[in-house]
Write a protein that binds this ligand. Sequence first.
Ligand SMILES: [Ca+2]
Ligand SMILES: [Ca+2]
Length: 140
Amino acid sequence: MNGDKRADLAVVSARSSSLQVFLNTGFVTGMFGGSTGSISSRPADYEYRFGLPGYGPTCITSGDVNTDGILDVVVCDSALPTIGVMLGRSGGGFDPPIRLAVDRQPSAVVIAQLDGKGQQDLAVVHAGSNQLSILLNRTN
Ligand SMILES: [Ca+2]
Ligand SMILES: [Ca+2]
């Protein structure tokens, strides 16, 4: 997520209504916070606050949605029938979420090419219904 070719960790919390990114330091014993620490005991390298605590995101996935070579994330919103696409910034971090309407209580999302047209599309399942939402990417 910082372009150094080392896989990093991004987590969301509905309770604190936040997205946190922990960068991979590249050392096995020091990866994600050190051999004596834990992920939760280390401050995040990047944090985004969505709004009211308790109404935050419940799932996250990553991929390059707009194919600009920078990793993006897509989060499920626990309170609204939406998902949020957060485009990665070249210098690190993410833009505020672009909210897309789906069915109630989105609970998992995947980024994949679903219609064979080359762009990354989104598929969403919901805890609040038996619907599958497919959002096809129409950007050029
Ligand atoms: Ca990295
Ligand atoms: Ca991107």
